[in-house]
Design a binder for this molecule. Sequence first.
Ligand code: FAD
Length: 429
Amino acid sequence: MPPKIAIIGAGPAGLTLARLLQHNSIPCTVYEGEENRHARTQGGCLDLHEGSAQVALRECGLFDQFLAVARTEGEVLKIYQPDGTLLLDEGSDYGEKRPDSFHGRPEVDRVKLRNMLIDSLEWGSLRWGHKLQKVTTEASGARLQYDLHFDDHVETGIDLVVGADGAWSRVRHLLTDTRPLFSGITGVDVKYSAIDQADPALAQRVGRGMCLTLGSHTTVLSQRNGDGCVRSYGFMRLPEDWHTTCGIDWAQSQQAKREFVDRYYDGFNEGAKSLILDADDDIVPRPMYMLPIGHKWQHRAGVTLIGDAAHLMTPFAGVGVNVGMEDALELGRAIIARKASWEEPFSESILSAAVRQYEDAMFPRAEGYARETWMYLNLFFNERGGHAMCEHFARAKQDKQAKEAKVASAEETGVAKTVVVDEDAITVE
Ligand SMILES: Cc1cc2nc3c(=O)[nH]c(=O)nc-3n(C[C@H](O)[C@H](O)[C@H](O)COP(=O)(O)OP(=O)(O)OC[C@H]3O[C@@H](n4cnc5c(N)ncnc54)[C@H](O)[C@@H]3O)c2cc1C
């Protein structure tokens, strides 16, 4: 009999794992706290990277469906100074471009990605309205198993619990006492609907992809979505409790937007201010949290974490969902590889070996992404605004060219046997 696998959370990481397992005839159930797929607006869009999320979608058998909803035109970036000076415009070849590693990352609306994954699951295997409260251990007979406690009932006899329940995971405490830390960055989230019709000039200012206005430790970060809206984040360095102590009444949205902009965006051009001031009614405070860089835990049979539950990061390197889907891919592959060995009798040590293999590879991988994210956080929020980011892109490209030149000269002199080139490292073996 196959193991009973429970995945907690129907975000991108949990859904990808469920699809991958089911696509390989391994049963599993996803328990999601929300009542249905429409219970909450899913936020903006995500760029899915070639080497991680896109590989996961290929192995899920969903790559063509992904291409149908992906927007390659959304890969462009603009960076403005607060006074409106343009520092970079990838759409028009102006300014210093990002390094090549930023290409091949089409945008997809979060809601479209989620719907595609939900629709790919076996009927009845995604249980909506199941908000996990706690997990307890049961050693029933020869097998170590877990019970899942929901508001009104308990699911018993689970062989593997995968916590894919995001930043505030209810599974994490089984593995570690570590909790997310405030990153030092907070602010608001707003959405400007139908911007092309409402303000064509402002829409053009934003462009087809991402538009950053970077001041001294203060930013307006905007991103166009597939439904014609632009989502903007007014983020800056402020204390964790700022949104409750600043005196702004967030329920009075018009007044809140005005007070927020007047107070924090002195010296910013009207376009950047308008992305917040003239946005739709809702203005939502959003303090940003992260798990410590290098967060890990001691392996425990029958429980693991993937996605934000395992390694919550701020969004400043734009990698969170990609790392989460790569987790799903790696855990899925490790389980699938052992499928033949549990036909009869089931052995928990085989499943445990799969989880251990995933965790051993995931910890250093996630740490690398967390370090990159921290570096980008400090590029977004520094006293020199967008200049620091543009200089970083220029330096990264120069470093890459220098490494490539070194490899070429080693090849010419016959020193190199094998050359491995990727964006961060070029090794000659
Ligand atoms: C403002 C912002 C912008 C971002 N932009 C990007 C970007 O451009 N690119 C990128 O790669 N990443 C980005 N990220 C990060 C990305 O959103 C996350 O890394 C990604 O969503 C993590 O996926 P997940 O499946 O691990 O968790 P989540 O997406 O958080 O999903 C967790 C799921 O678990 C459910 N859940 C929670 N608790 C329970 C419970 N107790 N019981 C049952 N279900 C539960 C939730 O309802 C949810 O459906 C951004 C994040 C933010 C905040």
